[in-house]
Design a protein around this ligand. Structure first.
Ligand SMILES: [Zn+2]
Length: 885
């Protein structure tokens, strides 16, 4: 369709918006060009009749979207609306199920009948009698807003259409419509677009309407990309969605997106092999995807809309809404439409209007239902075959079971167990205490995951390393093993029956306690439990003085003393301003609220190691942390650091706009966090202020390129490793001669890009667990996630390199040989002394996507214990003379 026509359509829509009687028909013919106006049930209001404006002339708020679907539920027995959950900003997360009134009466039975599709133990079903389930999911990226508007129109069509074809669709299928995958992000974006709209519509891409302010509406409340959260399930929206997913195991699931304004329309198949996962049966890509593509192509051909396939995007990992279904016997598909971001925007294909983007999504959405129903049995049989073949594939696989757990960290072990159960993975108790791969696993505190189960492919994805790839260009991460992210001990077993106990039905209900009851002397809490740092902030907020032990000791009842490791918290009763009874009450409450076990002791005299009055047991100052946010800072990393403070530590965090840094009274903060970003807007005075605050005793925590920035600004005396192969050109001596006069005949050089970037992979580092930054960890093996190119040189102070990549660090994911050489033996975490203060430099993002718990512990330690970090100066520490050079 040419541009002028598109524009004309849009103006017409606006004009008719003024006259209420006309628009229903105008809108119907624009969005459903093949349909007769008479073939819609007049009792069902169109979105326009309900909202009072034509779809595409305004960004619809989430409450209006929910209200319209409630109205459909009210007026039609084809629709049932359910609330799945609530977001951080108290918006409901809803899903509409649309099918015939008969099916609506029978949803639970249909789910029960469909169990034979995903449970190979059950006899094969009568495929003709089962509905195909189509899930249409909209707006996981909140500012890709055409999708949720399309959801309203698609829901209307399926509810109101009286055509024989629609009636047949509804008999043969159950369609679920998730109109708002990301309600909080959606409203952040729609408020922006609505408050900045103007007439006539400014089409200039630089107009304020088209340039959302930081952080934009793509992500949820904590700036999480929910379309990367399908495996890790860190956010409530994802968990609610996953529970609903497993009610139906959809056969076809669509995730509706937008891409840049210059894009046309994208649907799958994606790039063959290189973007596909070898765990998935080829039929998913070569039969199911290809079958559907014919319907999408036809629908867009009918509109005259341009599109492309097979070139990009990712089918590799199950972290997306469009890939997770591939791992569950369905087919997941991404739709991307070139975006208007606002009501109308200029692009290389002319002016893209909001109604036009919505119209494309409506067309492909209806084509999805058509394609799924017409080849219903293909999709149903595929699902049963998929889960049956999971068992035979598992049989061929060498690992028969994974054993995981950390007896010293019940909370984190249980957290991982919970995620496995949310994926409907079969997990067993550990049958007896065992030592495997030099790691000890305790019954009741460790679990066994057999690979021979229908969820084999998800199990494999959660536990296995992947180091061979078809290509070197990636859309996102190439290492997603959750087992490594949690940092729990894991052992791969070749014999499943060796250690397997009873099947686990539900996560453990952890309870806290004070072992030994009330004490008049002190309470102790090991730092190794994931919730111990959270308990510390709670103790401090309740007004108690807490100390932390820098050395291990053995204490407790004489008949069975207990070993307490680095970082153990000590709450001395007499040092408190509160009477002993009240101290006990607070400690008891905090133990229950955080499910941690304190031990009460009656003496400060330890059986072994240091005593409680030692100089090595130091009072922890209450943390007052600040995080620089806003323009120039990486919103994801800001969100992650904020999430750690808020959700993991219960720590109030001041989020200070970089532009306000100049007037921030820094003396009130014990620690300041700079996530990756460009801090060019900090002027000389601001820099000097920051430097002085560190010198005066502050703890500065820097991630990724912020670590580079503090080194380049001379705030610390550390060094960067300069990438051996910086930029695009190969500048190695060997390549230099060859480069002159050479030419390339592969003009489209994007294939090269991947070899330089580090898309996201997993590496092994050695961590000093006697350094406060490493307190609480029980193993020196630290799995680090890396998706950047900040290379830190190990410090010259031998105590300062807290974590260092090993000589052969790659564990899982893709990396070029040149980058791997650079990473090997480089520093992952450095603590650098600066006057009375220090800078904790992370080469990577320790809080990656909220699930990298193994390293987020280090970040939490830096926030809470950083002020106590007084680095010893070893023999090789930099001397004053050397510094002068
Ligand atoms: Zn998107």
């Amino acid at each position: 369709m040419n541009t002028s026509f598109r524009r004309a359509c849009f103006s017409a829509a606006l004009l008719v918006g003024l006259a209420q009687a006309v628009p229903a028909v105008a809108q119907t013919s624009y969005f459903f060009p093949g349909a007769q106006a008479s073939s819609f049930d007049p009792k069902v209001p169109t979105p326009e009749q309900f909202l009072g404006y034509p779809i595409g002339s305004h960004y619809t708020r989430t409450d209006q979207i929910v209200a319209y679907l409630r109205e459909l539920d009210r007026v039609s027995d084809r629709v049932s609306l359910r609330v799945l959950g609530t977001t951080f900003e108290e918006r409901p997360q809803v899903v509409a199920t649309i099918t015939t009134p008969e099916n609506q009466q029978n949803l639970a039975q249909l789910q029960q009948d469909r169990r034979a599709l995903h449970d190979p133990k059950l006899p094969a079903p009568n495929y003709g009698k089962l509905p195909v389930v189509v899930s249409l999911n909209f707006g996981v990226h909140g500012n890709e807003s055409s999708s949720s508007e399309a959801a309203l129109l698609l829901a209307y069509y399926l509810t109101a259409s009286t055509s024989p074809e629609t009636q047949q669709w509804l008999q043969q299928s159950v369609v679920t419509v998730d109109p708002l995958e990301n309600p909080d992000g959606r409203d952040r974006a729609s408020h922006w677009f609505d408050q900045n709209k103007s007439w006539p519509n400014p089409t200039d891409p630089l107009d304020r309407e088209h340039t959302e302010a930081w952080p934009g509406g793509r992500t949820n409340h904590f700036y999480t990309d929910l379309n990367r959260d399908w495996l890790s399930l860190t956010q409530p929206e994802s968990r609610a969605r996953m529970a609903f997913f497993h009610e139906w195991y959809p056969n076809v699931m669509i995730d509706f997106h937008e891409m840049g304004t210059n894009g046309t329309y994208y649907f799958e198949p994606s790039k063959p092999h290189s973007t596909e996962n070898d765990l998935i049966p080829r039929a998913t890509y070569e039969v199911l995807n290809v079958h559907m593509a014919k319907y999408f192509a036809k629908a867009l051909d009918n509109l005259g809309s341009l599109y492309w396939t097979k070139e990009q995007f990712d089918n590799l990992s199950p972290i997306y809404g469009s890939t997770y279904p591939d791992f569950e016997g369905g087919v997941g598909i991404t739709f991307e439409v070139g975006s208007s971001r606002g009501l109308a925007q200029e692009g290389t294909n002319g002016v893209v209007t909001f109604p036009f983007t919505i119209r494309n999504h409506v067309a492909t959405g209806l084509a999805t239902v058509r394609g799924a129903v017409e080849e219903k049995e293909l999709y149903l049989r595929h699902q049963r075959d998929f889960f049956t073949s999971a068992l035979s594939e598992a049989k061929k696989f060498t690992t028969k079971a994974y054993v995981f757990g950390n007896a010293q960290d019940a909370t984190l072990t249980n957290k991982f167990l919970t995620v496995l159960l949310q994926h409907k993975i079969e997990v067993h108790e550990l049958g007896k205490n065992v030592t495997l791969d030099k790691q000890s696993f305790e019954q009741g505190k460790a679990y066994v995951v057999p690979t021979a189960q229908p969820q084999y492919r998800i199990v494999n994805s959660l536990f296995e390393e992947l180091t061979t790839f078809h290509d070197s260009v990636f859309y996102d991460v190439t290492g997603w093993s959750q087992a490594h992210a949690y940092g729990l001990a894991v052992s791969k077993q070749k014999n499943a029956n060796l250690v397997q106990g009873a099947a686990v039905q539900a996560p453990k209900k952890l309870t806290g306690e004070v072992r030994g009851g009330q004490s008049s002397y002190a309470y102790l809490l090991p730092w190794s439990d994931y919730n111990a740092p959270r308990a510390l902030t709670a103790l401090q907020r309740a007004g108690l003085v807490a100390k932390v032990s820098f050395k291990p000791f053995r204490a407790g009842p004489a008949d069975h003393p207990v070993d307490f490791g680095y970082g153990t918290l000590v709450i001395p009763v007499a040092a408190q301003k509160q009477p002993a009874d009240s101290v006990f009450q607070v400690v008891s409450r905090i133990s229950r609220q955080n499910q941690v076990a304190f031990t009460s002791v009656t003496t400060g005299f330890s059986v072994g190691g240091i005593d409680l009055g030692s100089n090595n047991v130091r009072t922890v100052p209450e943390a007052q942390a600040a995080l620089l946010v806003g323009n120039g800072t990486n919103a994801s990393e800001v969100g992650e650091a904020w999430f750690v403070a808020s959700q993991q530590l219960g720590l109030p965090l001041s989020r200070i706009e970089v532009s306000n840094f100049g007037r921030a009274p820094l003396a009130r903060y014990t620690s300041i966090v700079l996530v990756g970003g460009t801090y060019t807007s900090l002027d000389k005075a601001a820099l000097e202020k920051l430097r002085r605050w560190v010198q005066d005793g502050g703890t500065l925590i820097t991630l990724k390129n912020a670590s580079e920035w503090v080194i380049k600004q001379g705030i610390v005396k550390e060094k960067l490793l300069v990438p051996a192969n910086a930029g695009w050109a190969d500048t190695t001596a060997a390549a230099k001669g060859k480069a002159t006069g050479s030419r390339r005949a592969d003009f489209v050089q994007q294939e090269q890009e991947g070899t330089r970037a580090i898309a996201g992979s997993i590496y092994l580092a050695d961590i000093d667990i006697t350094n406060p930054i490493g307190f609480g960890l029980t193993s020196r093996r630290l799995y680090v996630f890396r998706n950047g190119t900040t290379f830190l040189r190990p410090s010259r102070n031998p105590y300062a390199t807290v974590a260092q990549y090993t000589a052969k660090p790659l564990v899982s994911g893709y990396v070029s040989q040149a980058n791997l050489r650079q990473i090997s033996n480089s520093a992952a975490v450095v603590v650098s002394k600066a006057g009375a203060g220090r800078v904790v430099l992370f080469a990577d993002d320790p809080n990656f996507r909220h699930y990298w718990h193994g390293t987020s512990r280090l970040f939490a330690n830096a926030l809470l214990l950083g002020p106590l970090l007084n680095l010893p100066e070893g023999p090789a520490a930099i001397s004053a003379e050397e510094e002068a050079h």
